[in-house]
Design a protein around this ligand. Structure first.
Ligand SMILES: Cc1cc2nc3c(=O)[nH]c(=O)nc-3n(C[C@H](O)[C@H](O)[C@H](O)COP(=O)(O)OP(=O)(O)OC[C@H]3O[C@@H](n4cnc5c(N)ncnc54)[C@H](O)[C@@H]3O)c2cc1C
Length: 231
């Protein structure tokens, strides 16, 4: 088993690390430890940089080679910005533990900065959380950020009321959770709206910057933007 990370990651719960409900150690375990009872498996921490199919070995980043009879490649996926890679610094995605802690830091720092911001417009932008893409990742994130703002953090601040935060879920397609049936999409949308999430459908984001996002011809100032628009 060769992996460039020392841990196996349970990606379905990344959104809970990103919203401070779980610690990183609750969703990631050392691969070596998970496989400790399988004496026939050796675990190497290394990045595979190439494959020599003629010679039947993989090439590691430190120059070493590992021979094989049968090779299984299972390197996973990474989110895509569909031609807008320059948006990544403003709108991080959620695939790795580092992504989750980056998102967590941005969300929590936005509340901290809002607490000390005296300009109402700047404060409004700090308390606006935009999630781009209403697939499972975007829907889970939007719902949990709304719960964080309305329930978990309620009463922890003095100058701001975290319940006044805006959580805006922007989706280019006509409904949330497009892979599910229409009645389930409608149910999910109603549930999100009950939590206080603003759901904007049929409006692709056309610009993303440190100031916020542009969608449907409107500019929405927002300090925290999260990318959940696909892989
Ligand atoms: C936020 C989020 C929520 C999700 N929620 C759900 C859910 O609720 N239900 C569900 O069924 N699925 C969910 N998924 C999808 C599910 O987690 C993935 O389908 C699953 O993790 C894919 O497993 P994998 O082994 O193919 O890839 P990964 O889990 O991505 O594993 C790939 C591994 O390859 C390693 N690697 C990559 N390149 C190299 C290299 N060159 N050299 C060495 N190692 C390398 C990586 O370090 C990684 O450990 C979710 C995913 C995300 C991101």
């Amino acid at each position: 088993m060769i992996d460039r990370r020392n841990h196996h990651l349970f990606q379905p719960l990344l959104y809970q690390v990103a919203t401070a409900s779980l610690a990183t150690s609750e969703i990631a375990w050392p691969i070596r430890h998970l496989l400790r009872k399988r004496r026939e498996i050796a675990t190497f921490l290394a990045s595979v940089e190439g494959i020599d199919t003629e010679g039947r070995h993989v090439l590691l980043d430190d120059g070493a080679t590992v021979p094989y009879d049968t090779l299984v490649l299972a390197t996973g996926a990474r989110h895509a910005y569909f031609g807008h890679d320059d948006w990544e610094p403003f709108a991080p995605g959620l695939k790795t533990l580092e992504d989750a802690t980056t998102v967590r830091r941005r969300i929590l720092l936005a509340f901290e900065r809002a607490e000390r911001e005296t300009d109402p417009q700047r404060r409004g932008a700090l308390l606006t959380f935009v999630i781009i893409g209403a697939g499972p990742t975007g829907v889970e994130l939007a719902g949990t950020i709304a719960e964080l703002a309305r329930t978990t953090l309620k009463g922890d601040f003095r100058s701001i009321d975290t319940r006044e935060s805006r959580v805006v879920l922007i989706e280019a397609g006509p409904r949330v959770l497009a892979a599910f049936t229409e009645d389930l999409s409608a149910y999910a949308r109603r549930s999100l709206e009950r939590l206080g999430v603003e759901v904007a459908l049929g409006q692709p984001v056309t610009a993303c910057s440190a100031e916020g996002v542009v969608y449907g011809g409107k500019t929405l100032p927002a300090a925290t933007i999260i990318w959940a628009a696909g892989v």
